[in-house]
Design a protein around this ligand. Structure first.
Ligand code: PLP
Length: 349
């Protein structure tokens, strides 16, 4: 069955009206190319306002590029990057962080619910200190995590402090940063540079843009020659205004947070409904816009047969149900209704 909206991923959703309108505004006339235009300037200024600091901002096409290029600017090839074993940079970027940093090794940390256990950081850094092993240089955290959980402000501060103490720079993969801010109800500053984050890869695509991520350097020294890195990697848009204008649309009246809050609220509604069903087990606390559940395989297959799309391979398996800026209450109700019908039909062959 054809469905207008799905729970597969927030990148299934279209472009939100605010981003669309700004794109149309940017399309009215000519502008200078390669980022030398007023839209790019305005988007960067709005990000500085949002983060309440004089950060350096770059716009690239996607999250893989943002993460990989940001990480490569923090590392030499003989360094290593520590991240959670379910981190996107480890599991979903085809080795791009290692490729763009010319061989920097990624070392995997563990911890429950997709979050790094802070106690694992120091042992990993100190495990080897000899010249034969790549030197730990960066800690990468994902906020919100790949498993739909969120690091609290306190957790981030403590991870930031441990990292600084151990001489690690801190990178944050913020593909769903808006959902984390909305969930925690904190200022963007508090959970980034005020917690020791040196560079944030801020996702636009899943928040409602057509395409684009922003790389936000809170430590401006690290941004040195980053423009060359972007260009060499094919990430310098010649019509940059169309990567920048959607940010203006999303940021100027806080639409980014409104959309993230909405997606979170839809996930909350879905979670509440699914909790009533004994055959369904919630896998992780639902803290952002994703609900991870275990359900019988036969049930998942029936739902797929009914035209519902959702992933079963993310993180630690199970079914991931992701809400978007445009998820409607009726989508949640339809899904839950279908799920109940499928369950019933499985019981009465
Ligand atoms: C989607 C996502 C990205 C970015 O992926 P691209 O497809 O390269 O844009 C990065 N990190 C996380 C956690 C994601 O979910």
């Amino acid at each position: 069955m054809k469905r207008p909206r799905q729970f597969a991923s927030d990148n299934y959703a279209g472009i939100c009206p605010e981003a669309w309108t700004a794109m149309a505004e940017a399309n009215q006339d000519h502008a200078r190319s390669y980022g030398d235009d007023s839209w790019t300037q305005q988007a960067a200024d709005l990000l500085r306002e949002t983060f309440q600091t004089a950060c350096e901002v770059f716009f690239v096409f996607n999250g893989t590029a943002a993460n990989s290029l940001a990480l490569s600017s923090l590392c030499q090839s003989y360094h290593s990057i520590l991240c959670h074993e379910t981190a996107h940079i480890e599991t979903d970027e085809c080795g791009a962080p290692e490729f763009f940093s010319n061989g920097t090794k990624v070392l995997l940390l563990t911890g429950p619910q997709g979050k790094i256990n802070p106690d694992t950081i120091e042992p990993m850094v100190k495990r080897r200190t000899d010249i034969h092993y790549p030197k730990p240089r960066v800690l990468s955290i994902t906020q919100a995590t790949e498993l739909g959980t969120v690091y609290s402000a306190g957790e981030l501060k403590s991870i930031g402090a441990i990292s600084k103490h151990l001489g690690l720079q801190v990178h944050m993969d913020g593909a769903r940063f808006g959902n984390a801010v909305a969930s925690l109800n904190v200022s963007p500053a508090e959970i980034t540079w005020q917690s020791g984050v040196d560079v944030l890869c801020l996702g636009g695509t899943k928040n409602g843009m057509a395409v684009g991520d922003a790389v936000v350097f809170f430590n401006p020294e690290l941004a040195n020659e980053f423009d060359y890195r972007c260009k060499q990697a094919g990430q310098l848009a010649s019509k940059m205004r169309f990567l920048a204008a959607p940010w203006v649309g999303l940021l100027r009246q806080n639409a980014w947070l409104r959309h993230a809050r909405h997606a979170n609220a839809m996930a909350d509604m879905l979670e509440t409904a699914l909790r009533q069903i004994p055959e369904i087990h919630l896998m992780f606390p639902r803290q952002a816009n994703a609900v991870f559940v275990q359900m019988p395989d036969t049930l998942a297959h029936r739902l797929h047969d009914r035209g519902w799309a959702f992933y079963t391979f993310i993180g630690q398996g199970g079914c991931r149900l992701m809400c978007s800026w445009d998820t409607q209450e009726s989508d949640v109700n339809d899904f839950v209704q279908d799920l109940k019908e499928c369950l019933q039909s499985l019981k009465t062959p």
